[in-house]
Design a protein around this ligand. Structure first.
Ligand SMILES: [Zn+2]
Length: 503
């Protein structure tokens, strides 16, 4: 049995002014062939799960391509076509194959295809025909389209946020494709999309409302006739028609059951929609929390400029706030500012520098902050995540410096990245557990590493395009009505669910 494996993923924020070109993908590292196995074998990623499946079932895995880019603006036509052409050629060159395993995100938007993941799946399907099964993993923030469902035999989404189960879900995909190839399974999926588009600050799967929704999904999966239940919270700033919450139930040759179960679970999520609101503290509440620190650290997370939601990463608002509050024993990850990095490297370790920090990429993430500090550390910005999320995965921040501004240690980098791992500080000589205050940019992934060491976690929302305030974004393409943009949106199952909904 010969099965091709590849990953091609991006989460696209249409409100970002930073286009996602080929260079952006290259920066994250494009792995091909044997290098893909060497680089990703021992990581908490889909490719590692596909390799686990190859070992378990003793099939030949043909590694083609693994590539992603940090969430940012629209994927350029050139970038997607270049990577997709390479993928299609690789599949053709592999000769006779029995199946295709893919790691997709599900919220990629390209200049020429708003449903880029659907386009990728359709392109592969058109090339290989219906005789070769395609099974893909999806991110929990996928905006799932009917086209994606139609062109894959089976889609399996991550069940966790932070996404710590990528490898396990990919192994599940590998288990399933083997059974599909042997004709032991006949997947019949039903996609149901309630008209809701929650933001993700309250989407962590360890807490409500997602805890109950995922628990219910897993209970449904226990039935022998159910192959998989996928719940995707969606990614609003992709601003595409398919934006929002999705449920896929895939049964073994029972479309009616799949539709009934999917509608039931979607309805369960719909009724809990209000629990996705809130969860963000005011700056006054953050100031009070600073004064109330006992052992520390207080983890303060700005969700307005989260690079993994497509924020530019160059907002200086957290630093502005901590300086105003005269915080000490604090560190911030991070502010993207290549100009300031260059000046600090030229000045050298220990030198005093005057910087106009951040606020350069657009006018949506606050102004630059004039600061005086000293260069504490200089690095190449490379480290490996300790995990649990993305354990073993290398990170490249580009040349980076820590600038010490009145006792606040600020990581300033060439590239934007969301801090999800303690090693982002340890790499730069900062021990996060010893701090009183940790300032991060993020939404939910930081929790896997930082929640266990935190005295308290608070989300705040500075200016930007990645937070919970959807009124800041001028949506043009999402289907309407949709909650919470339209509070009067309604959700009701059609009288005959088999009439068009489970086709
Ligand atoms: Zn995600």
């Amino acid at each position: 049995m010969r099965i091709v494996a590849a990953e091609l993923s991006h989460e696209t924020n249409r409100f970002s002014v930073v286009p996602t070109d080929l260079t952006a993908f290259e920066r994250s590292g494009i792995h091909r062939g044997d290098d893909m196995i060497a680089a990703l074998r021992e990581t908490a990623t889909p490719i590692a799960g596909f390799l686990d499946a190859a070992e378990k079932h003793d099939f030949e895995l043909i590694p083609l391509l693994a590539v992603w880019a940090t969430p940012s603006g629209m994927v350029t036509q050139e970038a997607l076509e270049t990577l997709l052409t390479e993928l299609l050629r690789g599949i053709a060159d592999a000769g006779s194959v029995d199946g295709i395993l893919l790691g997709l995100h599900g919220a990629m938007v390209a200049e020429h295809h708003s449903d880029a993941d659907g386009y990728i799946l359709r392109s592969i399907r058109e090339q290989v025909g219906t005789g070769v099964p395609i099974v893909a993993t999806l991110d929990l923030h996928a905006n799932i389209s009917q086209e994606m469902v139609d062109d894959a035999n089976l889609l399996i989404g991550f069940d966790t946020y932070p996404h710590v189960d990528q490898r396990e879900r990919a192994l599940e995909a590998g288990d399933a494709i083997v059974q599909i190839i042997k004709s032991e399974l006949e997947p019949t999926p039903a996609l149901v999309k309630p008209p809701m588009m929650p933001t993700s600050q309250n989407m962590a799967t360890a807490v409500e409302p997602m805890r109950s929704i995922i628990e219910r999904a897993i209970r449904i999966e226990d039935a022998p006739e159910v192959i998989n239940v996928t719940v995707a919270g969606g990614f609003p700033p992709a601003d595409v028609e398919e934006c929002g919450f999705s449920v896929i139930v895939t049964t073994d040759n029972d479309p009616g059951l799949a539709a009934t179960l999917a509608w039931d679970l979607a309805n369960f999520a719909w009724k809990k929609r209000d629990e996705f609101l809130g969860g963000v503290s005011s700056w006054d509440e953050a100031a009070a929390a600073l004064r109330a620190i006992e052992s520390g650290p207080l983890v303060l997370v700005d969700i307005g400029d989260n690079p993994w939601t497509g924020g530019p990463g160059d907002s200086a608002e957290l630093l502005r706030f901590l300086l105003e509050q005269q915080a000490s024993s604090a560190a911030i990850a991070l502010i993207k500012d290549p100009e300031s990095v260059k000046r600090c490297i030229e000045a050298g370790p220990g030198a005093t520098v005057e910087l106009s920090l951040g606020g350069k990429i657009d006018r949506l993430h606050g102004d630059a902050l004039e600061v005086s500090g000293y260069v504490q550390t200089i690095s190449d910005g490379r480290y490996v995540n300790a995990g649990p999320m993305h354990a073993g995965v290398g990170v490249n921040l580009g040349p980076s410096v820590v600038v010490n501004v009145q006792g606040i240690q600020v990581l300033v980098t060439e590239h934007a990245e969301t801090p999800i791992d303690l090693n982002i500080f340890r790499r730069h000589g900062i021990e996060p557990t010893a701090l009183q205050v940790i300032g991060l940019k993020g939404k939910g992934h930081f929790r896997a590493s930082f929640e266990p060491i935190a005295e308290r976690v608070l989300l705040v929302e500075g200016p930007g395009i990645t937070g919970a305030e959807l009124s800041r974004l001028s949506f043009e393409h999402v289907r309407r009505p949709i909650w919470p943009l339209d509070l009067d949106a309604e959700f009701e199952r059609p009288d005959d669910p088999l009439d068009g909904d489970s086709a």
